[in-house]
Design a protein around this ligand. Structure first.
Ligand code: SF4
Length: 621
């Protein structure tokens, strides 16, 4: 078996920063054979360039250090070399082309002086011989009039020409390894092709191994033999280029490939990866892509996936490809954020065609009746007695009935403010009763409640900023103070209140404004589902209309689903897509609003409908 030119084994390159140790490269392993190109891809900040700088031994300064692993050049560790030996390798056996040649070419020396200096230092050539080789290299990289250009300064050359000079300098000593860090990013598209073609041509001639660092997937597709996809300082997938493009496995790789604009996705919206690469100073204990991954499972957040061989030469670090993990109880799909879900589902489809968000099966909430000295249980009040409900995405289900029928208890049981006595509840495909404490916390951010009396549900001693910020802090702790405040202001504006209300107390507002604060508090944690428990019953009709309009527009914008608990059938007719009529703890009639209002079948429903006061037709002039 041939020895690879370069082997990077479990490399860890860290930086000391004021915010703690940044694990820029955190266990990277790769190897490149003679004449081969290995591409490292990924978003900015994922550790590609630091891997390259570590390979050429350019990270160890005041802040950066190699914390572990090894780098072997033709089987020999280069980490144990002294500074003089390292200098002899740098620019000679390992050389590098940077994105912006102007930063690595010295502006006060001619390009001829710069290349001959390298030839004299590493090859021991005399001036005349160095000049001859330099001009030959300039010709090889297709610089026009190489002899005349020899005495030119870098600033007098175009970007493309400067990059050719860099390539000439990098390859003049026939390096074993050439590192090309975003070699074409700063160039025009027409020049990009030529530069890459040139690198390939010279690689074929010299047999150098190439480590190509880029975020340009098209470049990788056309030029690399092997690819490593980096994320959060690690390689999360690695495969021969032809496998990777045909069969990407890691959710991050799939997203990266789908985000490339091209002929195949013309006219369609490009995929985006929500959020940002996590800070290298504060990686979560589990998968570093968790929080951005649309296939995330409950266990991903706290169990780190290992890079394991999946198929011949293709390795992936994702629990989806780990049979042991998938067979464990940790492989429960994780809930996603409301806005993402709203965007992913058609909430304008007819109600019977929309996806289910919440399903309640045989929900029971019984209260024990205790009597006697020893408070013995002698029976139960069956407040909720085996009800079934289904709320579709972006829709409103009204739960109606008179006071004491059990509708508020049902709402509180669904949102787990009361522990139900039996039945099951599915939210977003996940059974809530099977969730861990952590999962329940996430469910609570996705399912919110707005109460009838905003005054009693808002803490009178807290200002608006804290009332709204408190929920965000608990349910979205990853947000900074500034992000929390931004989200608070944004939400207040969404409900028609401005930033000037931030420092005011609840008693300084009217009933309608207080209900807006209640809605803002629920909305701020990005919910998918809101229970409105008699949310407009205490308001004047004019204010009630404003709040109902607000709730409808929020539903339209964010795809939020409502369970609207009310006794007011006028409100139901206006806002609900479906209605469930509750009587004595049970659902007695259930159906689409229009149908149920037109043809009620249950006597109790008929009685409720008959009780709606009839109004004369509104005047039009
Ligand atoms: Fe997504 Fe989980 Fe795989 Fe990470 S381990 S990429 S979060 S599915």
């Amino acid at each position: 078996m041939k020895t690879p030119v370069i082997e990077i084994k479990g490399l860890r390159t860290y930086f000391r920063t004021p915010r703690g140790v940044a694990k820029a490269v955190d266990g990277v392993t790769l190897s490149i054979n003679r004449g081969e190109t290995f591409a490292l891809v990924g978003e900015s900040g994922c550790g590609k360039s630091v891997t390259a700088l570590s390979a050429i031994q350019l990270v160890e300064n005041g802040a950066g250090y190699i914390a572990g692993g090894d780098i072997l050049l033709h089987g020999q560790s280069i980490l144990t070399l002294n500074e003089k030996e390292k200098r002899a390798i740098r620019g000679n056996r390992i050389s590098m082309i940077f994105q912006e040649p102007m930063t690595s070419l010295n502006p006060v020396f001619t390009i001829g002086e710069q290349i001959t200096e390298v030839l004299k230092l590493h090859q021991g050539l005399k001036s005349t011989e160095a000049k001859r080789v330099a001009v030959e290299m300039f010709a090889k990289v297709k610089l026009p009039n190489p002899k005349e250009l020899f005495t030119e300064y870098p600033h007098r050359l175009s970007g493309g020409m400067r990059q050719r000079v860099m390539i000439a300098i990098a390859l003049c000593c026939k390096p074993d390894l050439l590192i090309a860090d975003e070699p074409t990013t700063a160039l025009d598209v027409t020049i990009q092709d030529e530069i890459i073609g040139l690198i390939q041509e010279l690689q074929a001639e010299l047999g150098s191994a190439v480590l190509l660092i880029t975020h340009n997937m098209a470049l990788v597709y056309q030029n690399a033999d092997h690819v490593g996809v980096m994320y959060g300082g690690k390689i999360v997938e690695t495969a021969p280029a032809r496998f990777l493009f045909r069969n990407p496995l890691h959710p991050y790789t799939i997203k990266l490939l789908r985000s490339i604009p091209g002929r195949t996705n013309r006219g369609t919206e490009l995929e985006t990866i929500p959020g940002a690469v996590p800070a290298a100073t504060s990686y979560a204990p589990g998968c570093r892509f968790s929080g951005r991954c649309d296939r995330e499972m409950e266990g991903c957040e706290f169990k780190e996936p290992e890079l394991k061989e999946h198929d011949f030469e293709q390795s992936v670090a994702c629990h989806l490809f780990d049979p042991g993990f998938m067979a464990s109880g940790l492989a429960v799909p994780k809930m996603q954020t409301g806005r993402k879900i709203a965007a992913a589902h058609d909430i304008t489809a007819p109600i019977d065609k929309r996806d289910e968000l919440l399903r309640v099966e045989k929900l029971k909430t019984y209260y024990p009746v205790r009597k006697g000295l020893f408070r013995r249980t002698v029976g139960y009040v069956k407040a909720v007695d085996g009800i079934d409900l289904e709320v579709k995405r972006g829709s409103t289900l009204a739960l109606v009935g008179e006071s004491g029928c059990g509708k508020t208890t049902a709402g509180k049981s669904i949102i787990r403010l009361i522990q139900p006595s039996g039945g099951s509840l599915w939210f977003n495909g996940t059974e809530i009763s099977k969730l861990s404490e952590r999962g329940l916390k996430r469910f609570r951010s996705k399912a919110q409640i707005i109460f009838q009396d905003p005054y009693s549900s808002l803490n009178p001693r807290m200002i608006v900023k804290n009332i709204i910020g408190e929920g965000i802090k608990t349910l979205a702790p990853e947000l900074s103070k500034k992000e929390r405040l931004d989200r608070t202001v944004e939400t207040l504006e969404r409900v028609g209140l401005g930033a000037e209300t931030l420092n005011r107390y609840p008693h300084e507002f009217s009933g309608g404004q207080r209900q807006r604060i209640g809605i803002a508090r629920a909305l701020a944690v990005d919910p998918e589902f809101i229970i409105c428990d008699e949310a407009v019953s205490a308001l004047d009709v004019s204010v009630q209309a404003q709040i109902l309009n607000l709730l409808k527009s929020i539903q339209r914008d964010f795809g939020i689903s409502y369970l609207f608990i009310t006794h007011d059938l006028g409100v139901v007719e206006y806002i609900a897509d479906e209605v469930a009529v509750m009587f004595n703890g049970k659902i007695v009639e259930y159906g689409p609003t229009e149908e149920l209002f037109k043809n009620p079948t249950n006597d109790y429903t008929k009685k409720l409908l008959d009780a709606i006061p009839a109004l004369p037709p509104a005047k039009t002039d």
